[in-house]
Design a protein around this ligand. Structure first.
Ligand code: GLC
Length: 539
C-alpha cells in the first residue's frame, strides 16, 4: 500500500451477522470477526469494511440505526469494537465502518423526540415531516415511493387517535429520512464521525451518499424508485450533498493518519460521480458501473476507460467491485442466461443460474479486477466462489424488499447467507451450535474454507495468489495501458503484467515471449479459452 492507503487497497467487506458466530445464537458477532482476523490477514487484503453493527431494531439488517454510538447486543459491545479495531490494526489491516446518514431508525431518540414534540418543533426539523395534501391532509405530501416498494410516506397518528403529519422514508417505514438542510442534523453527525475517529477507525463507507439532500419543495416524481440503477430524480444526486462531504473532509483531515471516505452513490454518469471525489470531498466511490457491466468485452473496455478518465480528472483513484450485500453475488449473476443482469435477488421459482459457468466467469472477472490500478472491494465469501442461495424458502426471507414489494421481489437475503468455514461441522462451522440465521445451500459444503485451504486450483488459493501478486507487483498503484486483443478480449498492461480476459470469445493464442503468471482456470497450451483471464509476464 502507498502512503494514501485508500488509493490502492483491497478492502474486504464483512457482513457481521453472517461472518462468524462466537456465541452460538446463529448470528455472527464482533468476537467472531476478531477470531478470523488472521484468516483475513492471510488472505492478503489491506483493510476491512464492516456493514453496520450499531444498535438497531434490524428492520433493514442494521441499516436502521437506533444509536450510532452503541453496538447492537446481537454483535457485542463497544469494548468488542475497540478490541476488533486494535486486533485488525495489529495485523496490519485498516478498519472502515459503515455510516448511515440518510435515515435513522424510527426508534432513534431523535425521531422519538420529534414525534413527541409535535408539528412545528425544532425536533421535527431533523426529519422530513409535512402536512398531507387533500382536504384533511389524507394524501401524502408528494408521490414519492420507497426504494423497497410501496409509499415513501407514512402518516403518524397522535396518542388520541387523530391523524397527524406525514414523514418521508425512502426506504422502510422504520427508516425515516433525516433532513440534511438542517444544521442540527449536520452537527449531530459531526459528533458521530468524531466518536468513531477517536476510536481509531481509518474511514467510513457512506451509505446512500447521493440521497442526503432532496430537491427544494419535494417535487413529485412519477417513476418507481430504483436505487441500484443509478436513477436520477429529485431525491438523488442533488448538488447540495457536496457541502456535507466538504464538511466531513475537514473533520477527517483534522485527525492524524490517513482517514478516508468511500461513497455508496448509485450515480450512473461517471462525471457526476467524480464530483464526489474532488480534492476537498470524499476519497473514493464504489464503481457500480463496473459491477453492473454485462458480460461482454467491449463494454468492459468502455466502462474501465470511462470511469478511470472521470476519476483522473479530479485526481481520484478508481475503485472496482463485483459483489456486495445488496446484489446477486457475481458467481450467480454471471451464470444467468443474460449474465450480469439481475439485482432483485432470485427465488426458487425464478431462472436458476448455472453455477459452474458462473464460477468460471466470476474467477475471470475477479482476476481482471484485481489487476486494475486503484482500490478493489471484495465481499465476504467471494474468495470461496460462493453463489447466492437462490432457492431460499420464502418464509425465511427477512429483507424488507420482499415484504414491501408484496412478495414480488425476493430481495437480498440470498447473498447474505452465513459463511461456510468447515465442511464437516454443523452449520458448516459458522457457529459453535450449528445454528445459522439463514440456512446455507447444499453447495456451500464443498466450498467451505477448510476444503479450499491449500487446495491447488481452489478459488481461495486463486484469490490468495492474486492478492499476493497484486501486492508484490504494486498493481494497485500501477498504470493501465490498453493493448489490442481482439473484439472479445479485454487486454491491458499494468507495469510488468499483461492481462487478458477472453469474454465469450473463441480461444485466442497467447502472445509470444510471455509466461503465464496466473490464470483463472488451468490452461492447456499457449491458448486463452473463453471466459478466462491470464496474467502474463515477459519470459
Ligand atoms: C444501502 C445499503 C442497503 C440498505 C440501504 C438503506 O443501499 O447498502 O443494504 O438497505 O442503503 O440503508
Amino acid at each position: 500500500m502507498t502512503a494514501e492507503w485508500w488509493r490502492d487497497a483491497v478492502i474486504y467487506q464483512i457482513y457481521p451477522r453472517s461472518f462468524a458466530d462466537s456465541t452460538g445464537d446463529g448470528y455472527g458477532d464482533l468476537p467472531g470477526i476478531i477470531e478470523k482476523i488472521p484468516y483475513l490477514a492471510g488472505l492478503g487484503v489491506d483493510a476491512i469494511w464492516m456493514s453496520p453493527f450499531y444498535r438497531s431494531p434490524m428492520a433493514d439488517a442494521g441499516y436502521d440505526v437506533a444509536d450510532y454510538e452503541e453496538i447492537d447486543p446481537l454483535f457485542g459491545d463497544l469494548s468488542d469494537a475497540d478490541r476488533l479495531i486494535a486486533t485488525a490494526h495489529a495485523a496490519g489491516l485498516k478498519v472502515v465502518v459503515d455510516l448511515v446518514p440518510n435515515h435513522t431508525s424510527d426508534e432513534h431518540r431523535w425521531f422519538r423526540a420529534a414525534v413527541a414534540a409535535g408539528p412545528g418543533s425544532p425536533e421535527r426539523e431533523m426529519y422530513h415531516f409535512h402536512d398531507g395534501r387533500g382536504e384533511h391532509g389524507e394524501l401524502p405530501p408528494n408521490n414519492w415511493k420507497s426504494v423497497f416498494g410501496g409509499a415513501g410516506w407514512t402518516r403518524l397518528t397522535s396518542p388520541d387517535g387523530t391523524p397527524e403529519q406525514w414523514y418521508l422514508h425512502l426506504f422502510d417505514v422504520k427508516q425515516p429520512d433525516l433532513d440534511w438542510s438542517t444544521e442540527r442534523v449536520r452537527e449531530a453527525f459531526d459528533g458521530v464521525l468524531r466518536f468513531w475517529l477517536d476510536r481509531g477507525v481509518d474511514g467510513f463507507r457512506v451509505d446512500v451518499a447521493h440521497g442526503l439532500i432532496k430537491a427544494d419543495g419535494l417535487p413529485d416524481f412519477d417513476e418507481e424508485q430504483s436505487l441500484l440503477d443509478g436513477q436520477s430524480g429529485p431525491m438523488w444526486d442533488q448538488d447540495g450533498v457536496h457541502d456535507v462531504y466538504r464538511r466531513w473532509r475537514r473533520i477527517l483531515d483534522s485527525y492524524d493518519g490517513d482517514r478516508s471516505l468511500v461513497a455508496e452513490a448509485w450515480v450512473a454518469d461517471p462525471k457526476r460521480l467524480a464530483l464526489y471525489l474532488r480534492p476537498d470531498e470524499m476519497h473514493t466511490a464504489f464503481n457500480f458501473q463496473f459491477l453492473d457491466n454485462p458480460w461482454d468485452a467491449p463494454s468492459y473496455r468502455e466502462v474501465i476507460a470511462a470511469t478511470m478518465a472521470a476519476d483522473e480528472a479530479v485526481g481520484a483513484p478508481t475503485t472496482w467491485v463485483l459483489s456486495n450485500h445488496d446484489v446477486l453475488r457475481h458467481v450467480s449473476r454471471l451464470g444467468l442466461a443474460e449474465p450480469g443482469s439481475s439485482h432483485e435477488g432470485l427465488g426458487a421459482g425464478d431462472e436458476q443460474p448455472d453455477n459452474v459457468v458462473g464460477l468460471r466467469r466470476a474467477r475471470a472477472a475477479t482476476l481482471m479486477m484485481l489487476a486494475l490500478p486503484g482500490s478493489a472491494y471484495l465481499y465476504q465469501g467471494e474468495e470461496l466462489g460462493l453463489p447466492d442461495h437462490t432457492t431460499l424458502p420464502d418464509d425465511l426471507r427477512q429483507d424488507p424488499t420482499w415484504f414491501r414489494s408484496e412478495f414480488t421481489k425476493p430481495g437480498r437475503d440470498g447473498c447474505r447467507v452465513p459463511m461456510p468455514w468447515a465442511a464437516e461441522e454443523p452449520g458448516l462451522g459458522f457457529s459453535p451450535t450449528g445454528r445459522t440465521w439463514l440456512p446455507q445451500p447444499d453447495s456451500y459444503r464443498g466450498l467451505a474454507v477448510d476444503v479450499q485451504d491449500g487446495a491447488p486450483g481452489s478459488t481461495l488459493t486463486l484469490y490468495r495468489a492474486a492478492l499476493a501478486a497484486r501486492r508484490g507487483l504494486a498493481l494497485g498503484s500501477g498504470e493501465l495501458a490498453w493493448v489490442p486483443g481482439g473484439e472479445s478480449v479485454v487486454a491491458f498492461d499494468n507495469g510488468p503484467v499483461r492481462v487478458m480476459t477472453n469474454v465469450l470469445g473463441a480461444p485466442v493464442e497467447l502472445p509470444e515471449g510471455y509466461e503465464v503468471l496466473l490464470s483463472s482456470v488451468p490452461l492447456h497450451g499457449h491458448v486463452l479459452p473463453t471466459d478466462t483471464t491470464v496474467w502474463l509476464t515477459r519470459g
